[in-house]
Design a protein around this ligand. Structure first.
Ligand SMILES: Cc1cc2nc3c(=O)[nH]c(=O)nc-3n(C[C@H](O)[C@H](O)[C@H](O)COP(=O)(O)OP(=O)(O)OC[C@H]3O[C@@H](n4cnc5c(N)ncnc54)[C@H](O)[C@@H]3O)c2cc1C
Length: 559
């Protein structure tokens, strides 16, 4: 058995292994698909390493709508296979793989007309519910009258909303889930190293036999030997194909999607809301005591590592939501904003090695090198399985089938029982029931590690800030067990303070720096530099928004 802990010592050992050992599989990219592939391979008994140039989930995998869903809009395109596959994954995640992280969420599909629309949407949702098969972790959809809708969602305009259909999907903290997959892969022996960038390929004739990488912390080069390299680089795929001088079977273009975050008080509804927009759909999603509203869909060609929302993006979201909301939401109510880049995959017709499905593409542009891109968060496990199925052909040895459908993530064991024992755990630990519930829904059974930190240092039981649910032990744990190495890692991905607190959480950066400094062995100078780096990132984000969120005349951007 291996440890799932990611921290300074573990990274040091990982860097040493990368340079001295030889791997069956080397994964490039620590987004959900990369960590999913690493877990798939490690749990088949293969020797696996994963390198990520930034932080786990720093790319698209921390910037999604955070829905684990079948994708209602694919039904309209008659893509039943795709919807069924995603719904199957949804049921598996909610019930078995990580019930502590993936939670059911109800959505209202508002109807503006009494009969025809209800029949059409009702038939679609019945099909949506039926396609999941016999696994039934989530309730069946339900028709609601106008009177019921007024009670459930008083914020929906009664003058145009004639009723609704309530259906269920699921939601997840994407960055936390990706981290949990990475930790599960580590527990099954995968070597995980963040801030290590793939720079070029090691070739023996036509065969790729590894990667020349750079440890971005020490500035040193590492030659990593692997029988097969698996690239899961999302929106970086084209860039890396060019850098590696590979002719790939597909191209990845980028589309930007923005979300805004509002306080709970901005919208009165007991459920999420889905709206059809002229180009796609808009989700109003409950997020703790807040709302996440999005998204947009615009072509993007800028800096991949720093996609920022613009004034126009925010105005579009506010306008679309306000078509059905009363009172209207106002720009000056917005607490946070985030942007992400969708990897959109287009097949290169000339390539014979590319297997294109509607959602994701696997490719083998050279012997010893395979890649995958596209798809959606929900189907990461299938993507990990598919790319490793292709990769194992390169190993020339018998390799077992994927077992990830039977492999709960770290923290999942005993979760349902622990949720029944909240009162006892609260009593024993001296923490309140609300905090224990919060911790169980973020760490599952790994809550014991957080409680041990508190036993050793009771001051860590204090809240980080009055308005947020996080306690100081979680911040410490982010660096001691979850591989956080900067203030940004903690604010943006281990917690979601970057969009949950006003001003991107900048006011908390100092306190966070102070908590993680001893774990990371920081001097005062290191700590200040990490805080300053976060402030500088926030300044760039604010510049892109033209100070929109601090503007008191917010409503004027909305047409
Ligand atoms: C706005 C938006 C909303 C979405 N909503 C949903 C949703 O609700 N539900 C859903 O199912 N899906 C959703 N998606 C899709 C989903 O988020 C993505 O499909 C998924 O996160 C992609 O994961 P990935 O691992 O392929 O890419 P990424 O998460 O981008 O990972 C790629 C990684 O590769 C690393 N990398 C790049 N170059 C190198 C290098 N040289 N060396 C080492 N590492 C490198 C990057 O740093 C990055 O971490 C959404 C996407 C967007 C943009």
């Amino acid at each position: 058995m291996f440890l799932s802990q990611l921290n300074l010592e573990q990274r040091e050992a990982a860097i040493a292994s990368l340079g001295s050992e030889s791997f069956d599989v080397l994964v490039i990219g620590g987004g959900v698909n990369g960590v999913g592939a690493a877990l798939d391979a490690a749990s088949r008994g293969l020797k696996v390493a994963l390198i990520e140039s930034q932080d786990i989930a720093a790319g698209t995998s921390s910037r999604s709508s955070k829905l684990i869903h079948g994708g209602l809009r694919y039904l309209e395109q008659y893509d039943f296979k795709l919807v069924r596959e995603a719904l199957h994954e949804r049921e598996l995640l909610v019930s078995t793989l990580c019930p502590h992280l993936v939670k059911p969420v109800g959505f209202l599909f508002p109807l503006t007309e009494k009969f025809k629309e209800r029949t059409y949407v009702g038939a679609g949702l019945a099909l949506y519910d039926a396609l999941r098969g016999f696994q039934r972790a989530l309730p069946w959809h339900k028709h609601l009258s106008q009177k019921q809708i007024n009670e459930i969602a008083p914020s929906l305009r009664p003058d145009i909303i004639m009723g609704a259909i309530k259906y269920f999907d699921a939601q997840v903290d994407d960055a936390r889930h990706t981290l949990s997959v990475a930790r599960t892969a580590a527990r099954h022996g995968a070597i995980i190293a963040t801030r290590v960038s793939a720079e070029s390929l090691i070739r023996e004739g036509k065969r790729i036999v590894g990667v020349n990488a750079k440890d971005l912390v020490a500035g040193k080069s590492i030659a990593i030997k692997a029988t097969v390299t698996v690239m899961c680089a999302g929106i970086w795929s084209d860039e890396l194909h060019a850098k590696f001088d590979l002719t790939a079977g597909y191209h990845v273009t980028m589309s930007k999607g923005v979300h805004i975050v509002l306080p709970g008080s901005a919208i009165k509804s007991d459920a999420g809301i889905i709206l059809k927009t002229p180009v796609s759909v808009l989700f109003i999603i409950p997020w703790g005591d807040k709302w996440i509203v999005g998204t947009t869909d615009t072509p993007y060609t800028g800096n991949r590592a720093e996609p920022f929302a613009s004034r126009e993006d925010v105005a579009y979201i506010v306008d679309q939501a306000n078509r059905v909301l009363t009172p209207k939401i106002k720009v000056d109510e917005i607490i946070g904003v985030y942007a992400g880049l969708r990897p959109l995959v287009a097949n290169n017709k000339s390539s014979a090695t590319t297997k294109l499905s509607r959602e994701h593409t696997v490719d083998r542009p050279a012997p010893g090198f395979v890649s995958i891109a596209g798809g959606k968060y929900t189907t990461y496990r299938i993507m990990g399985r598919d790319v490793i199925d292709l990769a194992v052909n390169e190993l020339r040895k018998l390799t077992p089938e994927s077992v990830t459908d039977k492999l709960p993530l770290v923290g999942a064991d005993g979760y349902f029982a622990l949720m029944q024992q909240v009162d006892q755990i609260a009593l024993q630990s001296g923490l309140d029931v609300e905090t224990i519930t919060h911790l169980l829904n973020r760490y599952g059974s790994m809550i014991s590690e957080i409680l041990t930190l508190i036993e050793n240092n009771p001051s860590l039981s204090a809240k980080l800030s009055r308005d947020l649910p996080y306690i100081k032990a979680e911040i410490y744990y982010a660096a001691s067990h979850e591989g956080a190495r900067t203030v940004d890692d903690v604010i943006s991905r281990r917690t979601r303070i970057a969009f949950e607190a006003g001003n991107h959480g900048v006011e908390l950066a100092d306190s966070i720096g102070e908590i993680i400094a001893p774990v990371l062995g920081w001097s005062t100078k290191d700590r200040k530099a990490s805080v300053a780096a976060y402030e500088s990132l926030v300044n760039r984000e604010k510049e892109a928004l033209h100070e929109l969120l601090s503007s008191s005349e917010g409503e004027k951007v909305s047409s």
